[in-house]
Design a protein around this ligand. Structure first.
Ligand code: F6P
Length: 410
């Protein structure tokens, strides 16, 4: 490698995305890259020529370690959809002009399915125009919904945070006794895929009963049946805890969170901003049963909880960053690095690269057979799949009693 590299972060942040950035930076430097540029706010920022030289921020090994432990996107992120090449060539000419100016040999984009659409289009444009820059995708998303990879970096840490938080919520919910009982509903991210919501089951063990019900967005949600189940559970226990996906929909396609409000904000990919499912269901239960209810939205806490990060996840995130640079250096383009699970016990996982055209814009959902028959819990196969991904800890570097992060003034 003798040119420069540019790396960007895109889509929803995670606790592990900066570990991938650290992996890209270190590997690029080790393989001889002269400069490693970071796009500020992904492709959207690059179009405005906003970028930094990462060596101004990562000066030593301690900075690398801090970056690996820093949640959210160090470079800033974006949700930006590139037009089709035939729709607007000017955008592509502008991007490639900037890449030429910076002498970019490889372009690495760390993101989810929408972000892989960017890698797909840019690598296609490079082929059409005979441009030498290589484009490689580096997987990332707490949603774990990317095709062709066993799992995605960011998922393991979010799952660990969710499993732990649900356990703590259950512990708390049994303290106070109310006449008609208490129902706690916890809303978890993942608009169409229930990988994150299913990880609530990780709280179950010898010292915890786990949530009573888990509803994934893959199956249509039946409000009336739900109410009856809750009533039934309250006849035998004083506290009921339920994990629900933010993306629960009724059989007519309406989001449950839409029942209580109108969802006005829509992003560049046409996704409605989902929020309020737990709140709506808690009011519904209170209205039907008259018991105490509480709704908890884990919201951004579940994707930025780096103090509870999974060691497996942070190391794999670093590894995929390095593998992306290696792939570009070896001449690959239009590919994404995937995680390839070799065995569960002992857990072993390696990396490969796969064609990004088969990954972009696709969504991997939880298989029906990984849920129970009633559709209100996950099956053992699901738990066996996720358990290895949450193993081990990464101790935060504590300063004045609070985790220290690598800081970039914005
Ligand atoms: O990209 C993953 C994700 O965390 C989804 O689970 C969630 O629906 C979405 O991002 C929320 O994104 P935003 O922060 O843009 O509202």
């Amino acid at each position: 490698m003798n040119g420069n590299i540019i790396v960007g972060q895109s889509g929803g942040p995670t606790a592990a995305i900066n570990s991938s950035l650290a992996g890209v930076y270190r590997t690029a430097k080790d393989r001889g890259a002269r400069k490693v540029f970071g796009m500020l706010h992904g492709i959207q920022g690059l179009l405005q020529e906003r970028y930094i030289d990462l060596s101004d921020y990562i000066k030593n090994d301690l900075d690398t370690e801090l970056l690996k432990r820093t949640p959210a996107a160090f470079l800033g992120s974006c949700r930006f959809k590139l037009p089709e090449i035939h729709e607007d060539r000017e955008v592509y000419e502008k991007i490639f002009g900037i890449l030429d100016k910076l002498d970019i040999e490889a372009f690495i984009y760390i993101g989810g399915n929408d972000s892989m659409d960017t890698i797909k289009k840019l690598s296609d444009y490079a082929i059409v125009t005979g441009h030498p820059t290589r484009f490689i995708g580096c997987p990332k998303t707490i949603d774990n919904d990317l095709a062709l990879t066993d799992h995605t970096p960011g998922y393991g840490s979010a799952a660990k945070y969710i499993g732990t938080s649900i356990k703590e919520i259950i512990r708390d919910s049994f303290c106070l006794e109310y006449e008609k009982g208490v129902v706690t509903i916890v809303e978890i991210m993942g608009r169409n895929a229930g990988w994150l919501t299913g990880s609530a089951s990780l709280s179950r063990g010898e010292d915890c009963c786990g949530p009573d019900l888990i509803y994934l967005p893959e199956l249509p949600f039946d409000l009336k049946k739900f109410g009856e189940k809750v009533k039934n559970l309250l006849s035998s226990k004083s506290s009921v805890v339920i994990a629900v996906s933010e993306g629960l929909r009724l059989s007519d396609g309406r989001y449950v969170c839409e029942l209580g409000q109108s969802l006005d904000f829509v992003d560049a990919f046409g996704h409605k901003q989902l929020s309020g499912t737990a709140n709506y269901l808690a009011s519904y239960v209170a209205g039907e049963i008259g018991c105490k209810t509480r709704s908890i939205e884990l919201s951004t806490l579940q994707r930025s909880g780096s103090h509870l990060a999974s060691r497996v996840d942070i190391l794999e995130a670093y590894q995929v960053g390095g593998a992306a640079v290696k792939a570009a250096d070896e001449g690959d383009s239009g590919k994404m690095v995937v995680l390839n699970r070799i065995s569960d016990d002992p857990y072993q996982c390696g990396t490969k690269v796969k064609d990004v055209h088969k990954i972009a814009n696709d969504e991997k959902l939880v298989p029906r057979k990984w849920m129970n028959e009633e559709g209100d819990y996950v099956a053992e196969e699901f738990i066996n799949y996720v358990r290895p991904l949450i193993q081990g800890d990464v101790s935060p570097i504590m300063v004045d009693g609070i985790p220290r992060h690598l800081f970039r003034p914005v």
